[in-house]
Design a protein around this ligand. Structure first.
Ligand SMILES: [Zn+2]
Length: 142
């Protein structure tokens, strides 16, 4: 907790405290997702933060979407980046009880295969051509 009345220091404190809660929650929610999907989440988060990141500092109606993008983007990155991710002195990664960015981060391994139904919120189904039998012409058979 800041000891001064500096508003910037208090903003940083609130941001870090809320990220300390939100990022692990997003990591838990995303923990079984496909790495390609996590990469897409991180990419979209970067776009949102690039467009509305100033709202995190100055407020406004884009503040909540920017915060959620930051938290979710950090979570997705922490799950796919070897060594995790560190932001404002906070560190998140997949190593249980990791002491921080200088902790031991073993070589990445192939993730467990996840059913495709759980890898995308769109739940995209494959398109398959089916060859149906010709309709029987009962008049021709008679
Ligand atoms: Zn770590």
């Amino acid at each position: 907790m800041p000891t001064s009345h500096d508003p910037v220091e208090w903003q940083r404190f609130v941001l870090c405290e809320t990220l300390a809660l939100a990022v692990p929650m997003h990591m838990h929610e995303l923990r079984r997702c496909d790495p390609n999907f996590l990469t897409e989440i991180a990419s979209q988060a970067a776009t949102t933060i690039g467009s509305h990141g100033d709202a995190l500092q100055f407020g406004g109606k884009q503040c909540a979407p920017a915060f959620n993008a930051l938290a979710r983007g950090l979570a997705a990155t922490a799950l796919i980046a070897w060594g995790g991710v560190t932001f404002q002195g906070l560190h998140w990664c997949t190593v249980p009880h990791c002491p921080g960015p200088d902790g031991d981060h073993p070589q990445p391994v192939e993730p467990n295969p996840v059913p495709a139904a759980f890898t995308s919120p769109l739940n995209v189904r494959p398109i398959v051509d089916l060859n149906l039998p010709e309709p029987k012409n009962e008049e021709a058979a008679a």
